[in-house]
Design a protein around this ligand. Structure first.
Ligand code: TPP
Length: 621
């Protein structure tokens, strides 16, 4: 019997296939692709656009303002859904696709799925050089899309319609894999998009995916349990992988059963509620004194679902040289870091297995008490740090006001500048998984675009909650047009623009390394004859948002209440101090390159000071 086929273009086949992919989580089956973001150009409008139009009811297409911000929105969408759903981004050939590069890097660093469907030059090369083609003299096959190799987990160029039968399932498998998860890129030559092929109908049958749980190896669990049983000062570092695995209950149960203190990474914020007695706070460069105090004394550290990046480890100075690590991680790459005893596997299954293997081990009470006393000290510091009127307007005050007025399910988004550290230190977690501080790539511009993507996801699940974005003036100026997108698409956000006159956190770093203020705050840029601030209220209002300026934390509280009551995107602007406003406690050493030779004695002094701390740095493998 002849195989049943359907004649479609490459573009039609891609979209038809995507439309037929479902995911089952917690008994609910839904489309794995939540739709997409698109900016059309000649490289994608004619064929991909035609195919998308046919599926506009089931794969909603959001019209973007900037390809980079579309990618950020897609990343935030996937993060909200804990990597169980993703969006695609479609960009035209050349500059449109080039604009996606930063977003792809962000998704890669944060291990978030997104699918890029991007135009490419003609396979036949008949019209070459086509509009926007780079032309590599010695390699005609090399083009702009090849720049994505470094920032994708899956990359393919479709040079024949039949290839998608192999390529699409592989892209999906990558994006849904707990270890390999990351962005997937399909380069789609403009002619190939329209070429037709007789596809087997079976390729488009509905398929239901599940996220695989990797069962940990029994020997690895046994070895880790033996080490943990010997611990006198154990600590658990809980990362974002705990969220992705859905292992919060198992983490909490494990910690409680054995009485082990838990400290959190930035991506792992909101694994435990702020007032859980075993939550000792965020660890590392942007951490808490309490978590850092126990991190540096711990003898056995169980790292769960964390890639142990330098903000978590204080560039590897946060722990004792002789401390031993156990790393439970779905990715083998992460499980083996720093001579850790690896447990390669799912966090949920791993914690259950480890708990069974640990038996009746209890963490020594004195150590737990010490950790809890430290945490009380940190809570007192934060309570004072966020208090309105304690000093000039500060990030911490704004965070305290908003935190106090939030509902538990409200989602907070921050990314670059001083705010991620300030949110990490000062935000009290009201509910699990509600904090999105993008610090894998710490990318300016993610804030508002990511807020829009998160809000699109949030409205699918809990429209009554709010998405709250913390944004510096620098990030705002870098990328703000999704305020307009959010107004247009009625995806309400509350955006706080906290204006300190420039790149204040980098100015702080510049000063802390002995350098003069230069080119960060507007006031310190020699090429600016007379600095003036942006009227952010007028700017946001021009994009259709409600916008208001507040003078201080008390006025912020009133404006925030009004923003919560409104169904429109609201932008609240407050000036904060560039020097006097910082959270000063809770930081570990952080490795930055400093000049080994300089005529500036202050820079030399700081260089020596910074290098002296390096003695504490653990060396990896
Ligand atoms: C895309 C991008 N460019 C540059 C940087 C380096 N950088 C980190 S923070 C920062 C300043 C951000 O300014 P702002 O948003 O005003 O926050 P503030 O420093 O004032 O807290 C810069 C330039 C970055 N993280 N991302």
């Amino acid at each position: 019997m002849r195989e049943d086929t359907i004649r479609l273009t490459t573009a039609q086949a891609i979209i038809r296939y995507l439309n037929a992919q479902f995911i089952e989580t917690d008994g609910t089956r839904q489309r794995v692709c939540g739709g997409g973001f698109g900016i059309f150009g000649h490289g994608n409008v004619t064929c991909l656009g035609e195919a998308l139009h046919d599926h506009r009811e089931t794969l909603p297409l959001y019209r973007g303002q900037n390809e980079q911000s579309m990618g950020f929105a897609a990343a935030a969408y996937a993060k909200y859904h804990l990597r169980r759903r993703f969006m695609f981004c479609t960009a035209s050939a050349g500059p449109g696709t080039a604009n996606l590069l930063t977003a792809s890097a962000l998704a890669h660093a944060n291990r978030l799925p997104m699918l890029m469907l991007c135009g490419d030059t003609f396979l036949t090369r008949l019209p070459d050089p086509v509009l926007q083609q780079l032309e590599h003299y010695g390699n005609p096959a090399l083009g702009l899309n090849d720049a994505f190799h470094a920032v994708t987990r899956y990359w393919d160029r479709i040079t024949h319609p039949a290839q998608v039968i192999q390529s699409l399932p592989a892209a999906l498998a990558t994006m849904l894999d707990p270890a390999d998860c990351g962005p997937a890129f399909l380069a789609l030559p403009q002619d190939v998009q329209g070429w037709a092929y007789d596809y087997p109908r079976a390729f488009f049958e509905e398929k239901t995916h599940r996220i695989r749980r990797i069962t940990p190896d029994a020997d690895e669990v046994a070895e880790a349990a033996a080490l943990l049983r010997s611990a006198e000062r154990p600590v658990i570092i809980a990362g974002g992988g705990v969220q992705y695995s859905g292992a919060v209950a198992e983490l909490t149960g494990f910690a409680e059963a054995h009485g082990i203190p838990v400290i959190e990474t930035i991506a792992g914020r909101a694994n435990l509620l702020a007032d859980h007695p075993l939550n000792i706070g965020p660890v590392g460069v942007t951490g808490s004194d309490s978590a850092n105090a126990i991190a540096e004394q711990a003898d056995v550290i169980l790292a769960v679902g964390t890639r142990l990046q330098d903000f978590t480890t204080g560039s590897w100075t946060a722990f004792a040289q002789e401390a031993r690590f156990i790393a439970l991680n779905a990715a083998r790459h992460d499980a083996g870091k720093h001579r850790a005893l690896p447990i390669v596997g799912d966090a949920k299954l791993g914690l259950v297995a480890l708990e069974a293997a640990l038996g009746d081990y209890r963490c020594p009470e004195a150590w737990r008490n010490y950790a809890q006393t430290e945490r009380k000290g940190w809570d007192a510091y934060v309570a004072d740090n966020v208090r309105p009127g304690n000093r000039p307007n500060s990030y911490a005050q704004a965070i305290g006001v908003v935190n106090a007025l939030c509902e538990p399910r409200d989602r907070v988004v921050a990314a670059a500048g001083g705010l991620p550290a300030e949110v990490t230190a000062n935000w009290r977690t009201l509910d699990i998984g509600t904090v999105d501080v993008e610090f894998g790539f710490s990318c300016m511009g993610y804030e508002i675009a990511g807020g829009w993507g998160a809000r699109i996801a949030q409205t699918e699940v809990e429209p009554e909650a709010d998405t709250i974005v913390f944004c510096g003036d620098g990030s705002y100026l870098l990328m703000n047009s999704d305020i307009y997108s959010s107004v247009l698409t009625r995806k309400k956000m509350i955006v706080l623009v906290l204006d300190n006159g420039g790149f204040a956190v980098i100015n702080k770093l510049q000063n802390n390394t002995g350098n003069e203020s230069f080119n960060n705050l507007l006031a310190d840029a020699p090429t600016i004859p007379e600095a003036f601030g942006v009227d952010f209220v007028a700017h946001a209002a021009a994009m259709g948002a409600e916008a208001t300026q507040v003078a201080n934390a008390d006025e912020l509280a009133e404006a925030f209440k009004a923003a919560k009551a409104s169904d429109k995107t609201t932008v609240i602007v407050m000036s904060v101090d560039a020097y006097d406003g910082w959270t000063t406690q809770g930081h570990t050493w952080w490795e930055v390159g400093t000049p080994h030779v300089t005529d500036n004695p202050k820079v030399r002094e700081k260089h020596l000071e910074i290098e002296a701390e390096r003695a504490k740095q653990r060396r990896g493998i």
